[in-house]
Design a protein around this ligand. Structure first.
Ligand SMILES: [Zn+2]
Length: 236
């Protein structure tokens, strides 16, 4: 068996590059979210713009329906006015006058509605113009972010590839049995097989380490596992 101190140095080198790899992979995974956030903001503005357009369309239809009804009622009032000259009885005359008054009243209300609809459409047009500007800006931002993220992903993946090469070199210096133990712990412990013991407690699960064991760990004559998490304890 090669020197235990050398093996521990080998494990420490491996652990260093593995931790860097963990960080790099975490960074790599976060990039799509950055891109999606920018895309989401653009999609939201586009949807809002579409909703305002739809509301404007409905406002226009409501106004047109109101105006058409006003025209129809005005024509009806004209016809009733002609009939007024032809009626024979006071009762018929009164009935026609009542009908005409009702139509005029209805037209007054309709005219109010049409004006209100015009005001609403004016406000909606303003909002639509604002949203069109927002949408254009956010689309540009999303495009820029996507290009930046793509570049960052490329750089990050290059770093990952480089770190994996370093890892292979570091792993080659560790004895196979020890390497197997290291990998076994690592796969079950969120990617970290070594824990710092220097302060008298496990650096990852915080289980305290009896002084006698701490002396052994510091001497680097043997490998001790943490009684809490099972990781190999090292003093750097
Ligand atoms: Zn521990």
């Amino acid at each position: 068996m090669t020197d235990m101190k050398e093996q521990i140095e080998g494990l420490l080198a491996l652990d260093t590059v593995d931790r860097r790899l963990l960080e790099l992979e975490k960074t790599r995974r976060a990039f799509p979210a950055e891109r999606e956030e920018a895309e989401g903001a653009f999609r939201k503005a586009a949807a809002e713009h579409g909703a305002v357009e739809e509301e404007l369309r409905r406002s226009f239809l409501a106004r047109r329906a109101g105006e058409a009804e006003v025209d129809k009622n005005t024509e009806a009032i004209g016809r009733l006015n002609v009939q007024l000259n032809l009626v024979k009885t006071q009762r018929e005359y009164d009935a026609l006058r009542t009908e005409m008054a009702a139509l005029r009243e209805r037209n007054d209300r309709l005219a109010d509605d049409v004006f209100a609809e015009m005001d609403r459409a004016e406000a909606l047009e303003k909002r639509k113009a604002e949203l069109a500007r927002d949408r254009a800006e956010l689309e540009e931002t999303a495009r820029r972010v996507a290009a930046e993220v793509e570049k960052k992903i490329g750089a990050c993946e290059e770093e990952i590839a480089h770190a994996r090469e370093e890892r292979a070199a570091a792993a080659a210096l560790v004895e196979p049995a020890l390497l197997a133990r290291y990998e076994r712990i690592r796969s079950g412990k969120e990617g970290m097989a070594l824990a710092e013991a220097g302060s008298g407690a496990c650096g990852l699960c915080y289980r305290s380490i009896p002084p006698q064991r701490l002396i052994e760990i510091r001497s680097r004559k043997s490998l001790l596992a943490c009684e809490g998490c099972g990781r190999i304890l090292v003093a750097r």
